[in-house]
Design a protein around this ligand. Structure first.
Ligand SMILES: [Zn+2]
Length: 418
C-alpha cells in the first residue's frame, strides 16, 4: 500500500492553470488530482487514477488551484464607514487623509488594539477569503508606522500561517504614510524605515518583501527609491503601490529595481508599462479601490498589447477596499478594465502567485503543495461571471480538507447558481 495516495479528488473538471501558451488553463476533463504527503502526487483522467486511502467524488465540479490574493492590508483594527459617508458627501480622499483621517485613523485604531483583537480580526478576514477559495495571501503591515507596531502586524500575519488558516507572504509597508507624530520629520521617519525597520524585520524573520506607497499625497519617487533600494540591498523582494492618483514614474522605478509587482496603475504611461513588461514586473489590479474612489479603471487591453502580466487582488483594507471577495474583484476587473474571463482566472491564481513571489502556488502541479479549491460550477469562468456570492464548495490546504465536508465516494447533489 506504500504507493497508494492519501487522498484522491476525482470526477472533477480539473483546471491546473499550468497549461501551455495558447491553453494556459490546462483543463483535464473528468479528471482527478491525487495527494500524498500534503503535495500533489498525480494529475490525470479519473479513470486512470491510482489507488487512494480516501476518495472524494467532486461530482463534475471545477477544481482549481487554491486562489491567491496578491495584495492585502489584512491586519488592521477599526472601521472607516464614516469616511466613506464623507467621501460620498463630496469630500476628497486626500483631503480627509490630510486632516487626520484615512490611513492615520486606522493607525490609531490598530495601535490601540490588543494582540489578540488584532489577530482575531485578521483571522476572520483570512477565513472569509478562504471560504471563497483563497489559500495564499500576501499581507502588508503599514498601519503601525512605528517599529514595534509594524513588527507586531507582520507577526500577526505570520501567525495566520502558523495556525494553518492560509499560506502567507508578508510585505513590510513602513512607508505607507508618515505617522502623525513624525509629521515634522518626514526624512527622519523614512531613514528609520530604511535603516531600522527593514533590518529588524529581516532579523525577526517577519518580512518577505518591502512595499512603498508611491503617489501624490504619499511618497515621492526618490523617497520610494531610498526605501526600496535599502530593502533590495538587504535581500528583500520589493514591490510598490504606483499610479493610483498620479503618474510619478513609479512603474519605471519598479522596473529598474526588478520589483515583483507594481500595484494600482490607474495612472501610468505606455513607457512605464513597457518598462514593466521588459523587467517582468506584474501589474496588480485592485478593482475595490477604483470602485470605492470612483476612478477610471486601468485598461487591460493596453496592458495586454504592451506585454504586461496582470494579476488581481482584493486590496483588503478598511478605507478604500473593504472586501474579502477575490472572485468579485476578478468579475469587476473583467467588467471595468476589460480583462478576459480566462485571464481573470489566471489573474487570481498563477499570475497572482507570481506577483506575490509564491514559488509553489497558483497552479496544480505534481510536487507542489496540494492547495486546491473546488467550486460548485463546472466552468472556471464562473468565478469572473458571477458578481459576488461565489463560495468554494471545498478547500484543500497542504493536502488537508479544511472546508467542505465532502463525503467519500458519494457525489453530493450539485446546485450551481449560474
Ligand atoms: Zn494597497
Amino acid at each position: 500500500m506504500d504507493d497508494a495516495l492519501d487522498l484522491l479528488l476525482h470526477d472533477a473538471r480539473v483546471v491546473t492553470c499550468d497549461g501551455p501558451d495558447g491553453a494556459p488553463l490546462g483543463v483535464v476533463e473528468r479528471g482527478a488530482v491525487g495527494v500524498r504527503g500534503g503535495r500533489v502526487a498525480w494529475i490525470g483522467p479519473a479513470a486512470e487514477a491510482p489507488r487512494a486511502a480516501r476518495r472524494i467524488d467532486a461530482g463534475g465540479r471545477v477544481l482549481l488551484p487554491g486562489l491567491v490574493d496578491p495584495h492585502t492590508h489584512l491586519v488592521f483594527a477599526g472601521s472607516r464607514v464614516d469616511e466613506l459617508a464623507r467621501r460620498l458627501g463630496g469630500e476628497d480622499y486626500r483631503a480627509i487623509a490630510a486632516a487626520g483621517g484615512g490611513i492615520a485613523a486606522t493607525v490609531r485604531a490598530t495601535r490601540a488594539a490588543s494582540d489578540e483583537a488584532l489577530f482575531d480580526a485578521a483571522a476572520a478576514r483570512a477565513l472569509a477569503l478562504r471560504a471563497r477559495g483563497v489559500t495564499s495571501v500576501e499581507i502588508k503591515s503599514g498601519y503601525g508606522l512605528e517599529l514595534a507596531h509594524e513588527l507586531r502586524s507582520l507577526a500577526v500575519a505570520r501567525r495566520l500561517a502558523r495556525e494553518g488558516i492560509v499560506r502567507v507572504t508578508t510585505s513590510l509597508l513602513g512607508a505607507h504614510a508618515v505617522p502623525k507624530e513624525r509629521a515634522g520629520d518626514r526624512a527622519g521617519y523614512l531613514e528609520e524605515v530604511a535603516t531600522q525597520m527593514i533590518p529588524r524585520a529581516i532579523e525577526a524573520g517577519l518580512a518577505d518583501a518591502c512595499d512603498v506607497y508611491l503617489d501624490d499625497g504619499a511618497f515621492s519617487r526618490d523617497e520610494a527609491a531610498r526605501v526600496l533600494g535599502a530593502a533590495k540591498a538587504a535581500g528583500l523582494a520589493v514591490r510598490a503601490h504606483v499610479g493610483q492618483f498620479a503618474d510619478l514614474g513609479g512603474a519605471e522605478l519598479a522596473a529598474e529595481l526588478g520589483a515583483r509587482s507594481a500595484d494600482h496603475l490607474e495612472q501610468v504611461s505606455d513607457a512605464g508599462l513597457r518598462a514593466m513588461a521588459a523587467a517582468g514586473v506584474t501589474a496588480v489590479l485592485l478593482p475595490g479601490a477604483w470602485r470605492t474612489l470612483r476612478q477610471t479603471p486601468p485598461d487591460a487591453a493596453r496592458m495586454r498589447r504592451l506585454g504586461v502580466r496582470v494579476a488581481v487582488g482584493t486590496d483588503c483594507n478598511p478605507g478604500t477596499s473593504p472586501t474579502v471577495d477575490l472572485p468579485l474583484m476578478a468579475a469587476l476587473a473583467a467588467r471595468d478594465a476589460g480583462l478576459e474571463l480566462d485571464e481573470c482566472v489566471l489573474a487570481i491564481t498563477r499570475e497572482a502567485a507570481r506577483a506575490a513571489g509564491l514559488a509553489e502556488a497558483g497552479r496544480i502541479r505534481v510536487g507542489w503543495p496540494a492547495d486546491l479549491a473546488l467550486f460548485e460550477e463546472d466552468d472556471p469562468r464562473a468565478l469572473a461571471y458571477a458578481l459576488g456570492g461565489t463560495m468554494a464548495r471545498a478547500v484543500v490546504l497542504g493536502g488537508a480538507v479544511v472546508l467542505g465536508g465532502l463525503v467519500e465516494d458519494e457525489p453530493p447533489p450539485r446546485a450551481p447558481l449560474w
